[in-house]
Design a protein around this ligand. Structure first.
Ligand SMILES: O=P(O)(O)OC[C@H]1O[C@H](O[C@H]2O[C@H](CO)[C@@H](O)[C@H](O)[C@H]2O)[C@H](O)[C@@H](O)[C@@H]1O
Length: 236
């Protein structure tokens, strides 16, 4: 369970596996009823100090939350501050088009594998074809071996090629240096290997880095119940 939330906490929330149950594709997730209203309430409670930190694109985040909250999209490659301004902390790679073509060709040879192209990252999803995972991972590792500007990430039933130097931990630190986050105590909740650096960053800043499986019962429902309890009458 997380701490009792107060208005002094800045909230940083992952989406898939944390607020959303996993689904066959990102577009097929069921958004819990009332999620947008709850996030708006939590943001208002702390003067807007609530940000979404997700591997999803900014457009996909907004489709889930229904409001343009501050966000670190694509694992922190695209940052949207509280005033709605967009920032890119690192540069795009020049090899993206060639890598995308190679991944599409690999996907054509593995029924069920799906390639997702975000503004900077490329993802090879193998949830519908788990047996393809190891070969895809090896192929991607070899493909980017000479490209130090990117890294291969083992995501949830997916491999992701993302620009090195971004990441959810850096995104959290970036927000914590700016209003309305600065001066508050960071609280991050995530579930995945891609969330560990934000869990560590929140703790290093004197806050709470929470894991859906280690600190809750492993379900988004438990995280949502905890968040919702902060909006109960008489709280904060
Ligand atoms: O950082 P997150 O908010 O957890 O987003 C991570 C990735 O989410 C999406 O993929 C994952 O969720 C899908 C829907 O449940 C699932 O089908 C897929 O297997 C998961 O890897 C999204 O497609 C990615 O771009 C995000 O990086």
């Amino acid at each position: 369970m997380g701490p009792k939330l107060t208005r002094d906490h800045a909230l940083f929330l992952d989406l898939d596996g944390t607020l959303l149950e996993f689904a066959p594709t990102a577009e097929e997730v069921a958004v819990p009823a009332g999620l947008g209203a709850m996030l708006r309430g939590l943001a208002a409670q702390r003067d807007g100090a609530l940000a979404i930190l997700s591997g999803r694109s900014l457009a996909q985040i907004d489709a889930v939350t229904a409001d343009p909250f501050p966000a670190g999209a694509e694992h922190g490659f695209v940052l949207r501050d509280a005033a709605g301004r967009i920032h890119h902390p690192v540069r795009q790679t020049a090899n993206r088009a060639a890598w995308r073509a190679a991944l599409e060709a690999a996907a054509a040879a593995h029924p069920g594998v799906r390639i997702e192209a975000k503004s900077a990252s490329l993802v090879a999803h193998y949830r519908a074809s788990p047996e393809a995972g190891p070969a895809l991972g090896a192929m991607i590792g070899a493909m980017i071996a000479e490209a130090p500007e990117v890294e291969r990430l083992a995501a949830n039933m997916a491999w992701e090629i993302r620009p090195r130097g971004a990441g959810k931990g850096r995104a959290l630190e970036w927000f914590m240096a700016r209003p309305p986050f600065a001066g508050r105590v960071p609280v991050f909740v995530g579930d995945d290997v891609t969330d560990e650096e934000a869990i560590a960053a929140a703790a290093a800043l004197g806050g709470h880095g929470l894991h859906v499986h280690r600190d809750f019962d492993g379900t988004p429902a438990a995280v949502l119940a905890w968040l919702g309890s902060a909006l109960a009458p008489g709280r904060v």
